[in-house]
Design a protein around this ligand. Structure first.
Ligand code: GTP
Length: 563
């Protein structure tokens, strides 16, 4: 997790994690969107092409079926007309009737099959329709005399009143097939089949794929003049009336987006009905169309899905980029936190080695090394400071000792005595125990100096100090407060006991012999702390001094007491 490292506001910038996440996240999103747009566009183009291909296939299949049907029918009329045995007994023999009836039974859309003689008079016909009537003016007759003929679709004329309306409700229309009847090498008449245009409708409808209704696929047939000759749902005449012509496609293409007469754009495919033989002259075109919006709906849907998937992948990539950035920056945060804790002196803080990446590993190792060196250096500095401080303290103590002690005898001097004096009085007051003071002065010391020299006098003073230290208790305090004047502070000692101690000192000094000087004597004054707060160090000293003065006055080498 992120460390809460306190960074000054002026140094606060977007975190490394944010920067990496933003840069890589944006990169991934832009790339993802670019790729998805590109791919979705390719997918859209591919699906649009597929839509065109399937539409063109529908048109081609229909054209092929129509061509096959036209060929079959023209071949049928040709085969029948050239059947020598059939015509051996004339144009209206029972065999002719049987053959025509059989042909009609096989092809119910052959609404009329008939035979006309060379004068154009109908001699035999299915249902005996038009029997005896002249068809001399009909194109199928005149063309049929010359050879196998396939006539373009046309409205029924003579048969219009004899036949029921077509299944689509439109007026009956025919495609005529005719061929000359040849007997013994002579043309003796014309055989004709009038095929119902409903046949075309059935062919077209049977060819519509299952998705035709959903995508509003429609098939049309245009003749060689560009006129609509078939439109779905009995709309042929309506389309003809609207002036709809064969849609023009860019040259060299058989499928494309075209605006039709109704103002809408359709994906439009054309296929030529390329029948062989006489039917080839028809020049029909089958045209398939789908509203552009429906034809390309799947392409658009796929494009939308592709963009959606691309967007999802881009967002996923951005999330992964954020996680990766978090992973990368986590160790840096940990290092920053550790460095901050170390700088703040947090106990136990250390650089934890990181192995997430080589760079971070190098950085953590370098930081660890640097921190250890700095800490070691810091410890050295601390140790040096500690030693210097101790030395300084010792020097100060020595100075303090010097300031409080007498260099000649090693005893406390007047200043050193003052601290002890105050402490001893305070302790005695608190404990209620007695406190006594001796003042000691060498008798006729001037004479010693004058007689034996100053050095000998010093030795006397040093000897007297040693005697005091040896004779007094460890808890007693001896000090030299003047030239040859000493004091001894005797805690927990009453006046009598102090007097006894003073006398013992006097005797010990008197008994001691100094190498140059011989024997000396000392006079002592004794005083003791009185009860009550008014008594203090100076009063105690004054009384001891007064007792000493008294001892001097009474002849020296004696102890006097001032209670
Ligand atoms: N050798 C030595 N002599 C000192 C020192 N300090 C003071 N004196 C001497 O001590 C002598 C003190 O003499 P006085 O004060 O006259 O007293 P005294 O001769 O002892 O006579 P009474 O005290 O009256 O017995 C002086 O001659 C000082 O020079 C010291 O540190 N060393």
């Amino acid at each position: 997790m992120c460390a809460n490292v306190n960074i000054p506001a002026r140094l606060r910038r977007a975190s490394l994690r944010t920067q990496i996440a933003v840069v890589f996240g944006l990169l991934v999103i832009v790339l993802g969107l670019l790729l998805s747009t590109l791919l979705s566009d390719m997918l859209r183009q591919h699906l649009q092409k597929q839509a065109g291909v399937s539409l063109e296939l529908a048109a081609r299949n229909a054209a092929k079926m129509l061509a096959n049907g036209l060929q079959d029918r023209s071949r049928e009329v040709q085969v029948l007309s050239q059947s020598t045995p059939l015509w051996a007994h004339g144009l209206q023999s029972p065999m002719v009737h049987q053959a025509m009836a059989r042909s009609q039974a096989i092809h119910p859309h052959s609404l009329w099959i008939g035979v006309a003689d060379l004068d154009g008079v109908v001699r035999a016909a299915t249902g005996d329709m038009l029997l005896g009537q002249s068809v001399k003016e009909r194109p199928w007759f005149s063309q049929g005399l010359r050879g196998v003929h396939v006539g373009d679709v046309h409205p029924a004329k003579l048969l219009a009143k004899l036949l029921p309306p077509s299944a689509s409700g439109e007026p009956q229309r025919f495609v005529d097939f005719s061929a000359p009847i040849v007997r013994d090498g002579q043309t003796v008449g014309v055989l004709a089949i009038h095929g119902s245009w409903d046949w075309t409708r059935e062919v077209i409808e049977s060819l519509l794929p299952p998705w035709a209704a959903e995508r509003q696929l429609q098939l049309f047939i245009f003749d060689s003049q560009g006129q609509v000759i078939y439109a779905p749902q009995g709309q042929t005449e309506a389309y003809r009336a609207s002036g709809q012509r064969l849609p023009g496609l860019p040259s060299g293409t058989s499928v494309g987006a075209v605006a039709w007469q109704d103002g809408q754009s359709y994906l439009t495919a054309q296929a030529h009905v390329s029948a062989q033989g006489p039917a080839s002259s028809l020049g029909w075109y089958v045209v398939a169309r789908e509203p552009l919006a429906l034809a390309f709906a799947e392409a658009r849907r796929a494009q939308g899905i592709a963009i959606g998937v691309g967007l999802a992948v881009a967002l996923l990539g951005a999330a992964i980029a954020w996680l990766a950035a978090r992973r990368i920056s986590m160790d840096l945060y940990a290092l920053a936190k550790a460095a901050h804790e170390i700088s703040a002196g947090t106990a136990g803080a250390s650089i934890v080695p990181s192995h997430s990446s080589r760079e971070v590993q190098i950085l953590s190792s370098a930081l660890d090394h640097m921190t250890r060196r700095l800490l070691a250096h810091s410890h050295e500095m601390e140790e040096t400071v500690r030693q210097r401080t101790q030395e300084l303290q010792r020097a100060n103590q020595a100075l303090e000792m010097q300031a409080r002690s007498d260099p000649l005898t090693g005893l406390l001097n007047r200043r050193g005595l003052e601290g002890q004096f105050d402490f001893a009085i305070a302790l005695a007051r608190r404990s209620g125990r007695p406190l006594s003071l001796l003042t000691v002065d060498v008798d006729h010391f001037k004479r010693v100096n004058d007689t034996h020299g100053h050095g000998a006098g010093d030795q006397v003073l040093q000897g007297l100090a040693r005697t005091l230290q040896q004779r007094l208790r460890r808890s007693d305090v001896a000090a030299r407060i003047g030239g040859e004047e000493f004091v001894a502070l005797l805690p927990d000692t009453g006046l009598k006991e102090a007097q006894a101690t003073a006398d013992a000192l006097r005797l010990a000094v008197a008994a001691q012999e100094y190498p140059q000087v011989g024997h000396i004597t000392i006079s002592l004054g004794v005083s003791a702390l009185r009860g009550g707060d008014e008594d203090g160090a100076s009063a105690l000293l004054q009384r001891a001094d007064a007792a000493l003065y008294q001892a001097k006055g009474e002849g020296r080498n004696r102890v006097c007491v001032q209670a």
